[in-house]
Design a protein around this ligand. Sequence first.
Ligand code: ADP
Ligand code: DP6
Ligand code: CO
Length: 320
Amino acid sequence: MTTTARAHTNIALIKYWGKRDEKLILPYTSSVSLTLDDFYTDTTVQFDPHLMADQFTLNGRPQSPDKISAFLDIVRAQAHSAQFAHVASVNHVPTAAGLASSASAYAALALAASREAGLQLAPRDLSRLARRGSGSASRSVFGGLAIWHRGDSDLTSFAEALPETKLPLRMVVVMVDAGQKKVSSRRLMANTVATSPYYPAWVKDNERAAGDMVKALAAADFTRIGELTEQSSARMHAAIFASDPAFTYFQPATLTVWHAVQTLRAQGVPAYATMDAGPNVKILTLAPAVAAVKAALPEFKDRLLVAGPGRAAKVLEEAQ
Ligand code: ADP
Ligand code: DP6
Ligand code: CO
């Protein structure tokens, strides 16, 4: 048997940044995200009684299996299995560039591996499993809008879908630099927690913002949704900048985009910037404003992608 699953990336409107339990990946705050249609990972898993170790290829190239093996150990324990697996994954998203490849990767792996191991996990349990691979992956189990409740244990920290919005949300992704980041999200967030004097303030503010975002989404109040989105990202990057050693993912072109977004807003265009662990900027806007947003970024015109809400993770194929 082999099982192939597809999961889409998601971009957090309210960010996850910092773990209070690094092994279980329990976050300090809840987070809220939009799953994107254009970026995804396809992963095929095959357990094989003849294998002596897990085998892993990414985009056709062999990789060290260490990280996925630790994750597969959780699946094996749940399924009472000792078999190793062939895992072949293809990213339709730049890897480790701050476009959430770890989110689509571990949501796809969680679904393909659990199904292949004979488990039929409910969405909440699949989210809890994906969380163990990468925190942001807990949200990529779901399509559209999702909230990851921070919880206080393995059982209570999971994501779930939020009601669909009638707003035509779009993310204009500006590829400032599609190269791999030099500092992983995992390492940098641990350092922010450990050394940034602004981190406790960020936790308090961001948890409040998660609740406010749920209300703003329910009210379809795009101005409020945009303001909360931009603030959560800006405040996360402020906490990162204040770490020891001081660090920022911003590149000069990143700031150019932020300024363009501010100018757009001053002209009455609904556009708000958000960034993850990398220099690329995502502009949250509404479908009718996409053309105006693109027109404001002529120097990036070959590096713009427009994404809309994506679907939930799903099994593509189960073959003998
Ligand atoms: P990103 O911003 O892309 O999420 P992260 O630093 O969070 O960057 O995660 C990147 C890491 O995620 C990679 O170094 C790799 O370990 C893992 N990863 C990315 N894509 C895959 C994949 N398709 N399958 C398994 N692991 C993956
Ligand atoms: C800035 O989920 O990549 O994108 O849990 O260590 O794998 P690990 O980190 P990861 O962190 C994502 C951070 C973020 C914000 C977000 O997606 O909420
Ligand atoms: Co990631």
